[in-house]
Design a protein around this ligand. Structure first.
Ligand code: PBG
Length: 325
């Protein structure tokens, strides 16, 4: 048997050798924990389709962030679940809305040691569940929504957010938010753009987490991206950067590794990926059946996202994996 004397196994023989030649690393500061805070509850509420994740009370949220910090996590992203929803999603930009109360408490408790991101969208706050205002015909009104996003950004920053993260996929949202922030004296606040966000089937458990249900037969395909397209994602990112994004993100993560790799190749801004609720739940469910090893698969997927080119990953595994690392 003849083959070139290049035995790849030589460097795989021991854990130390493998560590020496590892091309990708994952550490707690790479992980950002998405956290839900719900108005009007007195106990944290489990989310059935996201085992291990809860809707927090204001109190339990602060406690959770303390534990994440103890495990080396530097950043969290906050989602609010309001007690009341309306067509305009007004709790999203109410200075006393549930997310703003949380941002204020976190800032007070953790000062600048914690990077606080605020998801910026109104779907958690609208009674129709869409990410924007609706026209009388029931279509999502892009330009009318921009003004609302600008207001929401200012309220979030005034409550304590370091970074606002628009996830609504309205055209021009980054520019509108940048200009609203600058007008209100918040030139130092950064924007993390959910730049390439697909109309994915993997957001199902998230919608339970934030109590959002779209009317039957409706979806977000008129504003989120078609999953058949990758070049389009590059253009989305290009536009968001031109509009003033400081960091960009691809979402979901594992189904879109090619998109992450392409964006990494084309742009030099910090790049994140969102390992979304469905990605988490698939692993949890298979592991609960004893079919896969939860920690190994979670680690494998998060490392894959970094290997593809992401600098940081938003993940519901943040706490567990940080502990493991
Ligand atoms: C929209 C938003 C969604 C997610 C984050 N921000 C849901 C959607 O677009 O339908 C999904 C995150 C996840 O599934 O973990 N505000």
């Amino acid at each position: 048997m003849q083959f070139p004397d290049r035995r790849m196994r030589r460097l795989r023989r021991t854990p130390a050798l493998r560590q020496l030649v590892a091309e990708t690393s994952l550490s707690p500061p790479d992980l950002i924990a998405p956290l839900f805070v719900r108005e009007g509850i007195t106990q944290p509420e489990p989310i059935e389709s996201l085992p291990g994740v809860v809707q927090h009370t204001q109190q339990s949220l602060v406690a959770e962030v303390g534990e994440l910090q103890a495990r080396g996590i530097l950043a969290v992203i906050i989602f609010g679940v309001p007690a009341q929803k309306d067509p305009q999603g007004s709790a999203a930009y109410d200075p006393d809305g549930v997310a703003q109360v949380a941002l204020r408490e976190l800032r007070q408790s953790f000062g600048d040691d914690l990077v606080i991101m605020a998801d910026l969208c109104i779907d958690e706050y609208t009674d129709h569940g869409h990410c924007g205002l609706l026209t009388p015909e029931g279509k999502v009104d892009n330009d009318a929504t921009l003004e609302i996003y600008g207001r929401t950004a200012c309220v979030q920053v005034e409550a304590g957010a370091d970074i606002v993260a628009p996830s609504g996929m309205m055209d021009g949202q980054v520019a509108a938010i940048r200009s609203a922030l600058d007008d209100q004296g918040h030139a130092e606040t950064a924007i993390l753009a959910y730049a390439a966000k697909y109309a994915s089937g993997l957001y199902g458990p998230f919608r339970e987490a934030v109590n959002v249900e779209l009317p039957a037969g409706q979806d977000r395909r008129a504003y989120q991206q078609d999953w058949r397209n990758a070049r389009e994602a590059v253009e989305e990112v290009r536009l968001d950067i031109a509009e003033g994004a400081d960091m960009v993100m691809v979402k979901p993560a594992v189904t879109y590794l090619d998109v992450i790799a392409r964006v990494r190749q084309e742009f030099d801004l910090p790049l994140g990926a969102y390992h979304v609720s469905g990605e988490y739940s698939l692993i949890k469910a298979a592991a609960a059946n004893g079919w896969i090893d939860e920690q190994q698969v979670a680690l494998e997927q998060l490392v894959a996202v970094k290997r593809a080119g992401a600098d940081f990953v938003l993940t519901y595994f943040a706490r567990d994996i940080a502990e493991l690392l």
